[in-house]
Design a protein around this ligand. Structure first.
Ligand SMILES: Nc1ncnc2c1ncn2[C@@H]1O[C@H](COP(=O)(O)OP(=O)(O)OP(=O)(O)O)[C@@H](O)[C@H]1O
Ligand SMILES: [Mg+2]
Length: 840
């Protein structure tokens, strides 16, 4: 048997075959669809049903999915242009490491591209096509054609003949958002099978070398049993084409075209389909009634022999009846042949991939086989432009649903298109006893984080309009780890960063890491960047130079804002609500007004002047209240916020500031605010002052980007004033180039009645008390299955709702060891030794 390759000429998105047939090619974007949203999944299948049905009058079509280069190098280079001048060295070295890490693991980072080919020619008048084609055909079997030669020089006539019918298909492809392929893309689709798995095989901009020819590739089925060895000027590789052999009786929900994309290596999918004529001699009806008769006879035989009808033939009979019904209803039936393709650099690699994919499909009740002796045949049969021939094996007759149940052209990638990876899309069913590194190795879907994208307006398909980021989850899950990681990446960009660290757990530790000789030697750029640009502001209430740096009268220039904040603080500190306190409250408000007037005149004042004003009141109860306030401030951490204006308010000018307050005692999230101890209450008050400061920090300059990370920001939800503060922090947002990263316990804290100040990205760790809320907030269906799914989120995994509104299961993973080290949360007073933590 001699196999011919079918390509003759390519013109725009049309391929003229050596059989004088013309195929038109299109591609469509993969839809983001995940199993957690059944409804979306079903809609997607409906769409494909509709599309495939619409092709029925074209008879022959093909669908295929090829791995396609992600162009990671180019994307990262473009990304690295956004680095801050001061962070360039560290940023560039991170980019280099990202590239080599991913290439090491995956060789080439690929995505998938879905193609649709439809045969046109049978509809035009056959004789003229033939006549036309004879003119252009100077082909004889075996002639070597270079890619260049496939370009067709056609006359107007040729173009016209196919244009109207091609545009008709173009309209149909619109159902699935398809577009026409370019000539280069068609050539790539023709070329790909011959260079599968070789390094350059995924690139569109392959070198068009005039002496290069597809058919120079040697297919060798003899070297390795069951595999095809491809050898060409671009290298060698081993491939295997695995036809889909059998489905479970019910095709529903097998979704195999989707599931194979979760494997850690690229998998091709190819399908050739033919709409069967329903009636007539060669039609399906005839075939199926002959088959039914055969089955009936065999059933009779087995019964008469005392056996019950065999199970399988009973099913066949059922299927045939079903088929007959469909034929009568004129439901189109497709004859099709489908396969998965894998490749490897070595025969062993290819074989292990075969095993993986076969067992994965088995778990979905779909049997795929090795097609040992037929590799060369399958290779040719599935080239673009070949239609289904007279072959008998592995054929399926189904309605369009049989094809769309495989769930074609979907994807589940999340995150930004480019950036530094902060984790991977995690698809393993079982991760027990696997380290994060081992889990990360099983994915070829890194989740990129691009810090500057949240603030940009003109990103296609961006859903969320807010640059803010929320990280939610119960204690100890890894919220701070992720928050700090994101913060690190954000400060590589232009602008300033502020990290509010109520637990004072970050700065000393990163200093210890970067001062370690091991890291200094291995990662000088990271160490230098942090050494130069990370500054600690540690507020110690015992230092006289710190007194009043958080006094709203000192750091809030705006009069109204200063007044509101002052009032908030007084009300947090002392309960003015009871009727008896009416006079005190009045005095406090008057005091604020009077003192602010003095500030207007240039005097340096502070909140304690308000207390002094109250002390001068003629009413005894007001004086008592004032003394109480003064007493509770004196000698406590509140001296940071209540002062006589002796110091300048906090003002940050460094690139990165880590703000800590000594002596804070944060209540636990679950403690009721009425149960707070005095120190806890004061700590919360200081946090509010800091919250206000963060808002001003973001508002300072429209042009300069700022990123504020507020760890433990659930604290704001403990009181009404606190909620107002976080609300205004969230309002700053895009118009001021401000990104707020908040870390909080409950996903409910991310909600907002109006649209302003929403979160563009949400990372939610599982919380056993909030599963329904998590699903709801991230837009997933609340079903038992999904709750179970959440329950089984492994360690260091969270759900990520990205800027496009896509949600997925993510392993937070930092492959950069020195940064990983810095992200550790080291409890104070356990002696922090870099080496021991690192080995643990
Ligand atoms: N993605 C990760 N990879 C490796 N280790 C991690 C990861 N996430 C967290 N860890 C480890 O878990 C520890 C606890 O994480 P982290 O301090 O971020 O938790 P948290 O949610 O902030 O807890 P808390 O609510 O107590 O602040 C970290 O010190 C780190 O060692
Ligand atoms: Mg934390």
């Amino acid at each position: 048997m001699k196999f011919k390759q079918p390509f003759h000429k390519v013109y725009h998105n049309l391929l003229l075959t050596t059989e004088n047939e013309v195929w038109a090619y299109f591609t469509c974007p993969s839809d983001y669809v995940i199993g957690q949203n059944k409804e979306v999944q079903e809609k997607h299948k409906q769409k494909w049903n509709q599309f495939l049905q619409s092709l029925r009058r074209f008879e022959d079509f093909e669908l295929f999915l090829n791995p396609h280069s992600y162009n990671l190098g180019e994307r990262l280079t473009a990304f690295s242009e956004n680095f801050d001048e001061q962070a360039k060295l560290m940023g560039d070295s991170l980019v280099d490491r990202t590239l080599s890490e991913l290439e090491n693991q995956l060789r080439v980072l690929t995505t998938e591209k879905f193609y649709i080919g439809v045969k046109l020619s049978s509809l035009s008048s056959a004789t003229t096509v033939k006549g036309k084609a004879m003119e252009v055909v100077d082909y004889y079997a075996g002639k070597l054609l270079s890619l260049n030669h496939y370009h067709l020089t056609v006359d107007e006539d040729f173009f016209k003949r196919y244009r109207s019918i091609e545009s008709e298909i173009f309209q149909l492809v619109g159902t699935i958002n398809g577009r026409r392929l370019t000539e280069q893309e068609v050539l790539q689709a023709c070329r790909y099978p011959y260079v599968r798995g070789m390094k350059t095989s995924f690139d569109l901009d392959f070198v068009e070398n005039s002496s290069y020819s597809l058919t120079d590739t040697i297919l060798d089925p003899t070297e390795e049993q069951g595999l095809l060895k491809l050898r060409s000027s671009e290298g060698t590789s081993y491939i295997a084409l695995l036809p889909i052999h059998k489905f479970a009786p019910n095709l529903a929900f097998n979704h195999i075209a989707e599931v194979v994309q979760s494997l850690p290596f690229p998998v091709e999918f190819r399908l050739k389909g033919h709409f069967e004529p329903l009636k007539g001699g060669r039609g399906l009806k005839g075939k199926s009634s002959r088959a039914a008769k055969r089955l009936k006879n065999s059933a009779k035989e087995t019964v008469s022999m005392g056996d019950s009808e065999m199970k399988s033939s009973r099913f066949n009979r059922y299927a045939l009846t079903d088929l007959n019904n469909k034929i009568d209803l004129r439901v189109p039936v497709i004859k099709w042949l489908g396969l998965f393709g894998v490749f490897g650099q070595t025969p062993e690699e290819c074989r292990s991939r075969i095993r993986t994919i076969i067992s994965l499909c088995q778990s979905r009740n779909v049997e795929i086989v090795k097609g040992l002796a037929d590799q060369v045949f399958l290779f040719h049969q599935f080239l673009a432009g070949n239609k289904l021939g007279p072959e008998k094996n592995w054929l399926h007759y189904t309605t369009v649903e049989g094809i769309s149940e495989m769930l074609l052209s979907v994807e589940n990638r999340i995150g930004d298109n480019v950036g530094i990876p902060i984790g991977i899309v995690s698809e393993l069913k079982n991760t027990r006893n696997l380290t994060p590194k081992e889990v990360a190795k099983t994915s070829r879907k890194p989740i990129f984080f691009n810090p500057s994208i949240g603030n940009q307006n003109d990103i296609a398909d961006k859903k969320a309009n807010s640059p803010h980021i929320a990280i939610t989850g119960p204690t100890g899950n890894g919220k701070s780890y992720l928050a700090k990681f994101i913060f690190f990446l954000s400060v590589l960009m232009n602008g300033k960063g502020l990290y509010v660290d109520p637990k004072s757990e970050f700065f000393d530790w990163i200093m210890e890491v970067i001062n370690h000789p091991l890291y200094q030697e291995k990662y000088p750029d990271t160490c230098a960047f942090i050494q130069q640009h990370f500054h600690q502001v540690r507020l110690d209430p015992n230092k006289t130079s710190n007194k009043g740096v958080l006094d709203p009268f000192c750091f809030i220039p705006n009069r109204v804002a200063a007044k509101d904040m002052a009032q908030d603080l007084f009300e947090e500190l002392y309960d003015f609500t009871s009727a008896r306190e009416k006079k005190s409250r009045l005095a406090m408000l008057e005091g604020i007004e009077t003192v602010l007037k003095r500030r207007d005149q240039g005097e340096r004042i502070g909140l304690l002047h308000v207390v002094d004003f109250m002390l001068e009141s003629t009413h005894e109860e007001v004086r008592d209240t004032a003394s109480l306030i003064k007493k509770s401030v004196q000698g406590s951490i509140l001296e940071l916020a209540f002062s006589y204006g002796e110091n300048e308010g906090l003002n940050l000018t460094n690139k990165v500031t880590i703000l800590e307050v000594l002596g804070l005692e944060m209540p636990r999230a679950e403690t009721l605010s009425s149960d707070y101890s005095a120190t806890q209450r004061k700590s919360v008050m200081l946090m509010m002052s800091i919250g206000k400061f963060c808002e001003l920090f973001g508002l300072r300059d429209r042009e300069e980007s700022t990123v504020v990370l507020f760890d433990e920001s659930w604290i704001f939800n403990s009181s009404k004033n606190g909620r107002a503060i976080i609300k205004s922090m969230r309002r700053v947002g895009r118009s001021f180039n401000n990104t707020l990263i908040i870390v909080t316990q409950s996903v409910k804290d991310t909600a907002e009645e109006d649209d302003t100040g929403n979160f563009g990205r949400i990372f939610a760790y599982d919380d056993k008390d909030e599963r329904e809320d998590i699903l709801h907030h991230l837009g997933l269906e609340i079903t038992n299955e999904n709750i179970e799914w959440l329950k089984n989120l492994p360690k260091y995994h969270c759900l990520y709702l990205d800027l496009r509104g896509h949600v997925g299961k993510m392993l937070v993973y930092c492959p950069y060891e020195e940064i990983h080290q810095m992200l550790q949360t080291v409890k104070k007073n356990t002696s922090a030794d870099v080496e021991t933590t690192f080995s643990g």
